[in-house]
Ligand binder design. Structure first.
Ligand SMILES: Cc1ncc(COP(=O)(O)O)c(C=O)c1O
Length: 298
C-alpha cells in the first residue's frame, strides 16, 4: 500500500451518520459546523485533545482533561466549563452515538467567534467554541510506518511552544508534507540542536540493546502515551532513558516505534531509507504494547 498514516483505521460506514457535539448541540456530521469567523478557523487559535475509548472508558481521562485545562490556561482561553462538565459532554456524545469501545474523540476548544476578521483576541467576543468529534475507530496498519527527516524542526518554547496541543499545527503539517514528498509516510523531526525529537503527530522511541530511548521531552508534546510507556518500562524493569540522541543512533536502532493515543505503539520500519528492525512490532515494542493494553484495561 502506498499511503499509510499513523492514524490509519478500518473503514466504518457508521461514521457517515455520526453525531458531533457542537457547543452543546448534537448535530449529524454533515450539519456540524462552526462560523467562518471562528478563531479556530481563522487563526488556529485553540487547543485540543485526542481521547480513546476502550471498553466503555476513556483511557487516561484525568490526564487528558488536566492537559486540556493546562493548555487553555497557557493560551489564556477560558473554557467556561468545569472539568466535570467537559467530561459530561464527552459522555453525552459517546452515549448519543452508542459507542462502547474502539472509538476516538477529538475535543476542540477555540477562542470563539470573532466580531471582525482580525487577529486581536479581544475580537473573540463569543468564545469559546467547543466541539467534540467522535469516530468509530479501529486502528489498522497495513504495513509499518516509514519516516523521513525533514527541514522543519521542533522549535524553542518561546515561539509557539511545541508542548502545546494548539489548533495551529502548520509546522507539523509542513513537516508531514515534506516527508510525503520524500516518499515516506510521516516526518521525523529534529530539535533545535539536531537531536532526534518526535514525529509530526506522535512521540518517537527507539530500542537499542534492550534499552528504550526517547527524547528529553523538551521540544515535543508531553504525550500521555509517551509518559505511560516510560512509567510501564520503569515498573517492568526495562531500562528507559529520556536523552539526547542523533540520527546515527536512530538509524542503527534495533526497533523504533511511535506513541500516541490513537495507535498506542505504532511500529516503524524505515528512517530515511534505512531499514529498522526485522519484525514489526519488534520484541520490546510488543512487550511494551502488551503492558500498555493491560494498563488500559486495569
Ligand atoms: C505532535 C504530537 N505529538 C504527540 C502526540 C501524542 O500524544 P498523546 O500520547 O497524548 O496522544 C500528539 C497527540 O495529540 C501530537 O499532536
Amino acid at each position: 500500500m502506498d499511503q499509510v498514516t499513523a492514524h490509519q483505521a478500518e473503514e466504518d460506514a457508521r461514521n457517515d451518520g455520526v453525531l458531533v457535539w457542537v457547543d452543546g448541540a448534537l448535530k449529524p456530521r454533515a450539519e456540524a459546523s462552526v462560523s467562518v469567523f471562528d478563531s479556530g478557523f481563522m487563526l488556529g487559535d485553540g487547543v485540543w485533545e485526542g481521547l480513546r475509548l476502550y471498553d466503555g472508558r476513556w483511557a487516561f481521562l484525568d490526564r487528558h482533561i488536566a492537559r486540556l485545562f493546562e493548555a487553555a490556561k497557557a493560551i489564556d482561553l477560558q473554557i467556561g466549563r468545569t472539568p466535570d462538565q467537559v467530561i459530561a459532554a464527552l459522555e453525552e456524545v459517546r452515549q448519543a452515538n452508542g459507542m462502547v469501545t474502539d472509538a476516538h474523540a477529538r475535543l476542540m476548544v477555540t477562542r470563539g467567534v470573532k466580531a471582525r476578521p482580525f487577529q486581536h483576541p479581544s475580537l473573540s467576543r463569543s468564545g469559546p467554541t467547543m466541539v467534540i468529534i467522535v469516530e468509530h475507530s479501529k486502528p489498522v496498519l497495513p504495513r509499518p510506518i516509514r519516516l523521513a527527516t525533514v527541514p522543519h524542526i521542533r522549535g524553542l518554547p518561546m515561539s509557539q511552544d511545541p508542548k502545546l496541543n494548539s489548533h495551529s499545527k502548520l509546522n507539523c503539517v509542513l513537516a508531514c508534507i515534506a516527508a510525503e514528498k520524500a516518499g515516506a509516510d510521516e516526518a521525523l523531526m529534529l530539535d533545535v540542536h539536531g537531536f532526534v525529537n518526535t514525529t509530526n503527530s506522535c512521540n518517537f522511541f527507539i530500542v537499542r540493546g534492550g534499552e528504550v530511548w526517547t527524547s528529553t521531552g523538551d521540544y515535543c508534546m508531553a504525550g500521555i502515551t509517551r509518559a505511560v510507556v516510560i512509567e510501564l518500562c520503569r515498573e517492568a524493569g526495562i531500562p528507559v532513558f529520556e536523552k539526547n540522541f542523533s540520527l546515527v543512533e536512530a538509524y542503527s536502532a534495533d526497533e523504533a516505534f511511535l506513541t500516541g493515543t490513537f495507535g498506542a505503539q505504532t511500529p516503524v520500519a524505515e528512517i530515511d531509507g534505512r531499514p529498522i528492525g526485522t519484525e514489526w512490532p519488534g520484541p520490546v515494542t510488543r512487550q511494551i504494547r502488551d503492558l500498555y493494553m493491560a494498563r488500559v484495561a486495569a
